[in-house]
Design a protein around this ligand. Structure first.
Ligand SMILES: [Zn+2]
Length: 440
C-alpha cells in the first residue's frame, strides 16, 4: 500500500519530511516496504512550497531481509524488500489524514493532498511534474483510474505532487539521511559544529553538498525554523548513518534515510522544440557578446541558440565565483548550459555550464595610426571603426593592433559553489555515478 502526500508545509517552518516521520511512527504496527521516498518536483512551478518536495511511503507486512531506515525517539525502524498480504486502504487513509490535519499549515497557504493506493499511477505523472506543470483534473482522472483513495484540505493541490511521488520509478537516484530536533528546540539556533561537517565531508566521499568551502558555510542545515536539524546527501545509503554519527551536534530526536531524486538533473529537458518558461532546459549556445554585470551583481551573457535566436543567460549573484565563468567567455565560444527559463525578463537561470570550445580571442592593444599625420586615431564606438582627429581619414576595426588574449577559462564543466545549488541539480561529483548506487 502506497501512501503519498504533498503541500502540507508553509514556506516558513513545517516540513513535509517531518510529517513522514510522524506517519512512520503512527503506523508502526505495519512495516515499511523499501525506503521512504523524498521526491523533488519542478523547481520552476510558480506556486511551489519550500523546496517543492513530495513524499511517498509504502506500508505492508514485510518479508525478506530487514534494513535499517532510521530511529524515532529511541525506537529503530526497518524496511523490507517485499510485502505480503492485504492492508485496508480506508483504515490507512483515516490514520494518516488525522496526522495531516494536525501538522499541516493551511492557514499559511498550504493545500495538502494525501493519496493512498495499492496501484501506482503511470510514471509519466512523475516526469511531467518534475519538468512541466500538471493540472489537478488530469491527476484526479488518473487517481480514479487506479482506484486511489484521497484526502485533501484547502483545495488539495498537494494531490498533484503526491501522485508524482507515487509515480516515480527511479532512473537515477540518491539518498538523504535527515535528522530532526527535539520539539522544545524548534525555532532556536541549531547547535552543529562546522569542523565536524568538514571532517565528515573528507571521510565520506560518497556524500555531496555538505560544506561550502568558498563561503565557509555549512549546507547541510536549513535556515528556516523547521524541525530539521541537518540532512546529509549521498550515493551510498550504508555510508549515511556513519556520516551522520560523525557530526557533533545537539541531540538528534529522530532520523530517517530517504531514497530521493535529488542531485539527478531529472528536471532538465534535454530534447525540446521550443523553450517554454517555468521549465528547465539543456541548451547549446554560441556566446554573442561579453558578459555584463547588473546592479546587484547578477551577470548576464547574451548567447545565440540554434543559429541565430538570441537567448540571455543569467549567472545569479548568490552563485558568487560561478559568475567568473560567464565573465571569462568571449564571442564565438561554444557552451552547453543547464538551467530554468524565466519568463520576464526572458532569461535562462544557469545552474551548470560546460565550455565546449573557445574561439580565438584577441584584445586590442592600440588604435590605428593615421598614415598621413602619424597620430593615433579616435574610436567611433563599438565596431564603428576609427577616424583621424586632424585630417578626418577613416580606418576599419581590423587596422587597430591586437594581441592574442590569454583566456582565463578552459573547456570543461563548471558549477556554482555548494550553497547556490538546487536540490535537483546533479553535482559534478556525481557525473558517471548515475543509476549505479544501490537501491533499497
Ligand atoms: Zn590624419
Amino acid at each position: 500500500m502506497f501512501v503519498a502526500f504533498d503541500d502540507t508545509d508553509s514556506k516558513e517552518w513545517m516540513c513535509t519530511t517531518f510529517l513522514a516521520t510522524e506517519i512512520i511512527d503512527a503506523l508502526r504496527d505495519l512495516d515499511l516496504i523499501g525506503l521512504p521516498r523524498l521526491v523533488r518536483l519542478n523547481p520552476a512551478v510558480p506556486w511551489k512550497t519550500r523546496g517543492n518536495a513530495a513524499l511517498c511511503l509504502r506500508f505492508g507486512h514485510g518479508r525478506g531481509q530487514a534494513t535499517s531506515v532510521g530511529e524515532i525517539r529511541g525506537t529503530p525502524y526497518f524496511c523490507y524488500p517485499r510485502e505480503e498480504g492485504e492492508v485496508d486502504p480506508q483504515t490507512i487513509l483515516g490514520r494518516c489524514s488525522a496526522l495531516i490535519e494536525r501538522w499541516s499549515q493551511v492557514l499559511e497557504d498550504a493545500s495538502p493532498g494525501l493519496v493512498v493506493s495499492s496501484n501506482r499511477p503511470s510514471q509519466r505523472f512523475y516526469w511531467r511534474a518534475v519538468r512541466e506543470i500538471v493540472a489537478k483534473d488530469e491527476v484526479d482522472r488518473e487517481l480514479h483510474r487506479i482506484g486511489a483513495h484521497t484526502f485533501t484540505m484547502s483545495g488539495g493541490r498537494g494531490v498533484i505532487g503526491a501522485t508524482a511521488a507515487m509515480a516515480w520509478r527511479p532512473m537515477d537516484h540518491t539518498y538523504e539521511v535527515i535528522t530532526y530536533r527535539a520539539k522544545e528546540r524548534w525555532g532556536q539556533p541549531r547547535t552543529i559544529t562546522d569542523d565536524s561537517i568538514q571532517e565528515m565531508d573528507r571521510c565520506h566521499p560518497t556524500t555531496f553538498n555538505n560544506f561550502d568551502i568558498t563561503a565557509n558555510h555549512r549546507a547541510i542545515a536549513p535556515h528556516t525554523p523547521c524541525p530539521v536539524l541537518f540532512g546529509i546527501r549521498g550515493d551510498d545509503p550504508y555510508d549515511l548513518a556513519p556520516a551522520m554519527q560523525q557530526i557533533s551536534s545537539e541531540p538528534i530526536d529522530r532520523w530517517v534515510t530517504f531514497l530521493s531524486n535529488q542531485g539527478t538533473d531529472d528536471h532538465i529537458i534535454k530534447r525540446w522544440r521550443e523553450l517554454v518558461p517555468d521549465r528547465s532546459y539543456e541548451v547549446e549556445a554560441t556566446v554573442a557578446s561579453e558578459a555584463t554585470t547588473l546592479v546587484g551583481g547578477h551577470v548576464v551573457l547574451r548567447t545565440l541558440i540554434r543559429g541565430e535566436k538570441p537567448l540571455d543567460m543569467t549567472f545569479y549573484e548568490p552563485s558568487k565565483s560561478f559568475r567568473e565563468v560567464a565573465r571569462g567567455l568571449r564571442p564565438g565560444d561554444k557552451i552547453r548550459a543547464l538551467g530554468e527559463l524565466r519568463a520576464e525578463p526572458r532569461t535562462l537561470n544557469v545552474e551548470k555550464v560546460e565550455v565546449l570550445s573557445l574561439a580565438p580571442a584577441r584584445k586590442k592593444t592600440s588604435n590605428p595610426f593615421c598614415p598621413d599625420c602619424g597620430k593615433s586615431m579616435q574610436s567611433l564606438g563599438r565596431q564603428a571603426g576609427y577616424r583621424c582627429r586632424r585630417c578626418g581619414r577613416r580606418a576599419g576595426e581590423d587596422q587597430a593592433t591586437y594581441a592574442v588574449e590569454t583566456r582565463t577559462i578552459a573547456p570543461g564543466w563548471y558549477e556554482p559553489p555548494v550553497c547556490a545549488r538546487r536540490h535537483l541539480s546533479k553535482p559534478l561529483k556525481r557525473v558517471g555515478l548515475e543509476g549505479r548506487s544501490i537501491t533499497l
